[in-house]
Structure formats: C-alpha cells, structure tokens
Design a binder for this molecule. Sequence first.
Ligand code: GUN
Length: 291
Amino acid sequence: MAAKIIDGKAFAADVRGRVAEHVAGLQRDHGLTPGLAVVLVGEDPASQVYVRSKGKMTVEVGMHSEEHRLDADTPEQELIALIEKLNADPAIHGILVQLPLPKHLDEDLVINTIDPAKDVDGFHISNVGLLSTGQKSMVPCTPLGCLMLLRDELGSLSGKDAVVIGRSNIVGKPMAQLLLGDSATVTVAHSRTKDLAEVVRRADIVVAAVGRPQMVPGDWIKPGATVIDVGINRIDAPEKGEGKTRLVGDVDFNSVSQVAGAMTPVPGGVGPMTIACLLANTLTAACRANN
Ligand code: GUN
C-alpha cells in the first residue's frame, strides 16, 4: 500500500497561524513586537533564497524582521561586532547567522558569541548542553519540526526504534537528543556505519539527514515505518528540458512510498517546518525576555 504523504506545508502554515495569534496578543497586552535578525555573509545562492523566505514569513506573522548582509570577505571582528550589537539591541529577540560561513570565519566562535537567550537556532554551546541534559533550551529548528511531524503522525514515540542517518550539529545530533527525550531507542548512523541497510531496516522511524540525493531506497525500509526526509538536493532533470533541475530528498521517493507507512515529501515536508519553528523559537525568546 502506498504511504501516507505527510503535508508539512499545511502543518507549518498552521504553526505560523498560531504564532501570529500569539504575536498579536503580545502586542495588544504588552506592547511588545518580537524581532528576528538574520545575518548572511557572502552570496551563496541557496542561503539567499532561505534568508529571503525567512524575512518574508517573519513579517507575515507580525514580527519585526532585520536582514544584515555582509560581504564574503568580511573580517571576523566585524561580524563579531555586529552580533554584539544585536545582543544588546532590545528590539531584537532572535539572532540567526546563516550557515555555512565563508572558510576564513570560525563558525564555533561566531555562534558562541550570540547571546544564548537570543540563539533561536539552538546552536550555542550552552543550548546544546541544556538540550542534551534534558533541560529547557532553544531547540534547533529543523529537528524540532521533524519531532512535531513525528508526534502528530505517531502519537507517543516511546519504545520506538529510531534511526537518524547523519550526525551533523544542525540536524543529526539534536534530532537524536529529541528522540531520546521522547523515549525512543535511537541509533545514529553515518558514513562509516557498517551495513547501513540492515540498520535502517530495523527502524520504526527513519530520519534521513545526510545531503545525498535519493540515497535511501525502498528496500531499506521496514514496511509501515515513518520516514522523515530532511534532504534538499538539487539534481539535473533532463526530462523537464535541457539545463532544468528539480529538488529531491535523501530518500528515493518512488520506492520508499511503496513501503513506508507515512513519509514527508521534498519539497513540502520538513522545509516549511524549519521556518515555522524558527518563528516559534523567536516568539519563545521574546516571551522569556518580557518576563
Ligand atoms: N543552514 C542550513 N540550515 C540552517 C539552519 O537551520 N540555521 C542556520 N543558521 N543555518 C542553516
């Protein structure tokens, strides 16, 4: 039987609607407008698309939005000085520095300069520590979005076998922490994992976050499993015409959808949830700053 296709786009629109209602309430009752600053260094085309889309949706939910675009060769001290200025700005409750950064910049240093209370990406070392010890923290947006979709689909995740493919700081590791927090039995697989197919075949929940187009085929999937595809890969699509491309995930949609119980599509699955969770985190940061 064909898998249920999880509509991340509709779910994310619902989350943004609820964020917008809360923002309107904050403004009415406390005269407070949550503010999000996004910092983009350089001209990576994919990052530019994400940043534009983040800015548009921030305004749509009634928040204050700032974009800071810096040249690719900006000295580290200049970026640090901008973050310190945003840390001290009472109109800004969330700061996001778009990754990856140009090679001459120390990503850890830059991220750890952000005030942890304004770290809406949840990448600051103190938020990472809080999450991994089960304490209240800012939770990274993409894994948080995946968790919301999984809870909605499955209810309790307790005792489920979950396999996360990919061990990045942005998705794989925090995803594993969140699944553990919901009492799943978690395996983190990666490029050195032996017999990945066998590992994935045991899983009730598969989260694929490796950035390799269509690498997970349907015959790796346990029948009825829930599959969350975090990948956004652009591949050539000669069938659409010369020079055309299309977006695909890390799982092979056609074969996986024959076996899985439910799965997210690409596009329209996890992607929209990431921005919705960013807005939810910004709202949370503004509420905490106001208390
Ligand atoms: N680059 C890719 N995903 C992300 C993300 O979630 N946050 C930031 N800051 N950069 C990214």
